[in-house]
Design a protein around this ligand. Structure first.
Ligand SMILES: Nc1ncnc2c1ncn2[C@@H]1O[C@H](COP(=O)(O)OP(=O)(O)OP(=O)(O)O)[C@@H](O)[C@H]1O
Ligand SMILES: [Mg+2]
Length: 250
C-alpha cells in the first residue's frame, strides 16, 4: 500500500485525534504506549452488537453515524474501510476500527461506503468539517498530529478538509482521474507555474471535466436509475481536479 514501515500506530492515533477534533467520535479512544516490543497503539475495545447485519448496515443511506464515517474517511483518506471495520453498539452509536492505512498524501480512498458519492454534504458534516478546519489552523492540534504524521501528510489532510468545505460534496472513487495519464503528469506540469496561471488552468480543466462528465452522466441516466445527476457530480469532479492540481491525486 506504500506506507512507510513503523508508521501505522501513529496513523491509528492520528485518526482518533481527527475524529475527536471534528466531534465525530467514530474512532474508539486510541493512544500510543510503550510495550514489550517497542511503541505501539492501544485502543479501547468496543463490545459491539454482534446481532447487527453489517452488510445491511453498510448499505444504509439514512444512518447519520455511517454518513459521518464516510466524511471522516474522506478526510483521513482511508485506504481500507471494510464492512468488518464497522462496530455498532447497542445505543445506536457507530464506531470504526483499523485506521492504520490512512493519511496517505495521494488520494487513496478505498471504502465500502460509496452510497453518498457525488451527493451534497449534510449540514452536520459541514459543521464538523468547519470545527476541524478551525482546529487544524491552531497550534494545539498541529502539535499533536506532528508527532504522529509527517508535515506533508498534515498539509494534505488540511487540503482535503478545505476542498470538502469548498465543494460540499462526498467525493467520487479516484479511479477515473487517478488512472488518467494527465493526472500523473500534473505534478510536473505545475512545477514553477504561478498561482494565477494555476487558477486559469484549474478552471479550464474543471470546465472540460464537467462537460465530459455531464455527457457521461446523461448517457448513464438512460441505463441506470441509480446514476448521480450532473448537478451533484460536477462539484465532485471538481473535488478530484483540485486534489490533482494540489498533487494529492496521483
Ligand atoms: N477497538 C476495537 N473494538 C472492538 N473490536 C475491534 C477493535 N479493533 C479491532 N476489532 C475487531 O478485530 C478485527 C480485526 O481488527 P483489524 O481490522 O484492526 O485487524 P486487521 O488484521 O487489519 O484485519 P482486517 O483484515 O479486517 O483488515 C476487526 O474487524 C474487529 O472485528
Ligand atoms: Mg486491516
Amino acid at each position: 500500500m506504500g506506507f512507510p514501515d513503523g508508521t501505522l500506530a501513529g496513523r491509528e492515533v492520528a485518526a482518533y485525534v481527527i475524529s475527536r477534533a471534528a466531534g465525530w467520535d467514530v474512532v474508539p479512544p486510541t493512544v500510543m504506549r510503550d510495550g514489550p516490543f517497542g511503541p505501539g497503539m492501544c485502543q479501547l475495545w468496543i463490545d459491539h452488537d454482534t446481532d447487527v447485519d453489517l452488510i445491511a448496515l453498510s448499505r444504509r443511506t439514512d444512518h447519520a453515524g455511517l454518513r459521518d464515517m464516510a466524511v471522516f474517511d474522506a478526510v483521513v483518506n482511508n485506504a481500507d474501510r471494510k464492512i468488518g471495520h464497522l462496530l455498532p453498539v447497542t445505543d445506536g452509536h457507530l464506531y470504526g476500527c483499523d485506521h492504520g492505512v490512512c493519511f496517505a498524501e495521494d488520494y487513496k480512498l478505498r471504502t465500502v461506503l460509496w452510497q453518498w458519492r457525488g451527493k451534497t454534504l449534510p449540514r452536520r458534516s459541514l459543521e464538523a468539517l468547519r470545527r476541524l478546519n478551525a482546529q487544524l489552523n491552531e497550534d494545539g492540534l498541529e502539535a499533536e498530529l506532528s508527532s504522529l504524521l509527517t508535515a506533508s501528510e498534515i498539509s494534505a489532510t488540511r487540503i482535503r478538509v478545505e476542498t470538502l468545505l469548498k465543494h460540499r460534496v462526498h467525493p467520487l472513487p479516484a479511479l477515473r482521474l487517478a488512472r488518467h495519464p494527465l493526472a500523473s503528469g500534473l505534478d510536473d506540469l505545475f512545477q514553477g507555474v504561478s498561482g494565477r496561471r494555476r487558477a486559469v488552468i484549474a478552471w479550464t480543466g474543471w470546465l472540460v471535466a464537467s462537460l465530459c462528465q455531464m455527457a457521461a452522466v446523461r448517457a448513464r441516466i438512460f441505463c441506470s436509475t441509480r446514476a448521480v445527476t450532473p448537478a451533484t457530480v460536477c462539484p465532485a469532479v471538481l473535488f478530484e481536479v483540485e486534489l490533482a492540481l494540489e498533487g494529492v491525486v496521483h
